[in-house]
Design a protein around this ligand. Sequence first.
Ligand SMILES: *Cc1c(COP(=O)(O)O)cnc(C)c1O
Ligand code: SF4
Length: 341
Amino acid sequence: MKNSATIIPVSNSDCQVNSWKSQLKTAFSCAESLLQYLQIPAEEYHQLIDNNPNFAVRVPIAFANKMSKGDINDPLLLQALSVQQENIEISGYTDDPLQEQQDQRPGLLHKYHGRVLLLLTGSCAINCRYCFRRHFPYQTSRKELNNLESNLNYIARHSQIKEVILSGGDPLLISDSQLAELIQKLEEIEHVKYLRIHTRLPVVIPDRVTANLVHLLANTKLTTSLVIHSNHPNEIDQLTGRKLQQLVQSGTAVFNQSVLLKNVNDSPETLQLLSERLFQYQVTPYYLHLLDPVKGAAHFDLSKQFASKLMRQMRSRMPGYLVPRLVREEPNQPSKTLILS
Ligand SMILES: *Cc1c(COP(=O)(O)O)cnc(C)c1O
Ligand code: SF4
């Protein structure tokens, strides 16, 4: 499979680079401008929206274009619009539900056997309202995230690490040339065999999947995979789908993880459509996460009982390979916790 990459042209890469970077710069950064673009009268919803949230709004136009105009309940809009409900304090929902802020080693998380998360940047192309990282002190920790050399040394010293998972924030916010440099350094560490990238960018700005990126992943000796994050079938339009399929066809396994979110994807029909849409482009459903109990996101939460019932409904409708694993992330566990139903 890897060799087929040579058929993918590397031309046009410069204008692609400009395009995804400029889409980042021009992203919507407040609720009002986003609503205006969607032809939703912000005045009518002034009690609902929060136009000055602690966790900023960030929505690139390519993602906004996947929302339907005029619909305040659009499932993609609900994921990105800052609302007053986020300011309600509810016990049990905390700033750091996974207790990751206390980790000793800035920029690296080694919690599970054989694999590490390498955190390349604190920011993302979109700010998802339900994200457990919404309270992380990214601005102050920016310097620490540049701890890369030392983290690579850590990986080199721990021969049980087979897989390096690029995460963040969104690791695909770094440029293709920075990524190429990093891949080269990882290739030099003999025990590292697998490279995985956890990213929402192919969904948020499909143009981020440049010909160069495809080429890079196809040509490393590391076995590559990419785990995207999408929650609703409308996120997987034809452009995103084609980009993901390019990656698959050049030898990178592509998986999807979702978060179960009230009013966004809380029906078996929606989740089935999502799985089918992914599979149409050769992407495999991987995880369905229960919401992390983060402060400001309680209005997205659903009970474990509800989630288990959804899983049973999905299993009765779909082939097993289209049913994601229902999991929850718990502090101090050797893996994600599988929820059986
Ligand atoms: C989710 C996660 C991983 C990857 O887990 P898989 O089950 O292999 O997908 C690795 N490290 C940390 C800290 C994680 O949260
Ligand atoms: S892309 Fe992922 S890490 Fe970034 S805000 Fe959304 S859920 Fe959080």
